[in-house]
Ligand binder design. Structure first.
Ligand SMILES: Nc1ncnc2c1ncn2[C@@H]1O[C@H](COP(=O)(O)OP(=O)(O)OP(=O)(O)O)[C@@H](O)[C@H]1O
Ligand SMILES: [Mg+2]
Length: 279
């Protein structure tokens, strides 16, 4: 969707996309349309190529064949300069959070602003505070990543991904490693971001509760292929043995709590200070 020269929440169109590394093909012949302004969830077993597909949508891994369009723009058919401008419109929450440990939170969020805008220091500080407020971390602007909990680091990664008001937000396993309550909070945050900003959101997850809470559209990958694409309703009644097994084997948050593996200790509110204090 293109408006007045700006690039709002475009659909992401993959046409016969084959991707891999070197001689190796990871995913073959993927054709789908991730709908504009919605949340698409990419599901699949470990190592099936979910992160690889996200890297392709970012333009970071070259295509073996096929095309990827973001709205009207052919991602792999542009000049380096155009690609740079495009990258500015994409926000990413990487699987490991990817915050720089040597920098406090505020500086981490400021990085994309320094790299891609000519804003002065005062403006950068203001935008950083605004973005941290969005994810409930404003009081922690001077904290280093090591002083934050896992959930706070994910939120901080989201604040950084949102720094440049992206048209497309890509999140790689945003709830992995988090307790069920923090995971549920993060799902709500993603839903709030979707409701507040014109963005197309793509989330890779293994989390069944997340899937059923946030997905408007689902893509399932297995053995190098796309096994399913469609709505949650269609996914639930799909009879493919892999999908039935995959959905049946993914633990729900409730079962994780009962099993005692989730470490639930009350609401992991981001407004509550972490144990570490700054001197
Ligand atoms: N930079 C790379 N160079 C070569 N091979 C890679 C690279 N990154 C990933 N791969 C390979 O591509 C395949 C898919 O990896 P990818 O990280 O996309 O999987 P994933 O579905 O995201 O897995 P997980 O759920 O464990 O994060 C794996 O076999 C992996 O070894
Ligand atoms: Mg991955």
């Amino acid at each position: 969707m293109q408006q007045k020269g700006r690039f709002f929440a475009p659909e992401i169109v993959l046409q016969n996309v084959t991707v891999g590394y070197g001689d190796r093909t990871v995913l073959e012949n993927i054709t789908t349309v991730l709908p504009a302004g919605k949340i698409s969830v990419i599901l699949g077993g470990s190592g099936c190529g979910k992160s690889t597909l996200l890297r392709n949508i970012l333009g970071l891994v070259s295509l073996k064949s096929g095309t990827i369009r973001l709205g009207d723009v052919d991602l792999y058919g542009m000049t380096d300069q155009e690609a740079m401008a495009m990258r500015r419109r994409l926000g990413v929450l990487f699987q490991d959070g990817a915050l720089l440990g040597s920098m406090p939170l505020g500086q981490n969020v400021a990085m994309p602003l320094r790299e891609h805008t000519a804003l002065d220091e005062g403006m950068i500080e203001e935008v950083v505070r605004m973005k941290l407020k969005l994810v409930g971390l404003e009081p922690f602007v001077h904290y280093f990543p090591r002083q934050l909990s896992g959930g706070m680091r994910k939120r901080a990664g989201l604040a950084r991904a949102m720094a440049l008001d992206p048209a497309i937000l890509l999140c790689d396993e945003p709830t992995s490693g988090l307790d069920p309550i923090t995971s549920a909070d993060l799902d709500q945050l993603i839903l709030e971001l979707k409701a507040t900003f014109p963005m197309t959101i793509v989330v890779v997850t293994h989390d069944l509760d997340s899937l059923f809470t946030i997905a408007d559209f689902v893509v399932v990958l297995d053995k190098g292929k796309m096994l399913f694409q469609g709505s949650l309703e269609a996914l639930k009644i799909n009879t493919d043995p892999f999908i039935v097994r995959f959905l049946g084997r993914m633990p729900t948050r409730e079962s994780r709590v009962i099993a005692g593996g989730a470490g639930v200790g009350g609401r992991a509110s981001l407004a509550s200070p972490p144990e570490t204090t700054l001197t």
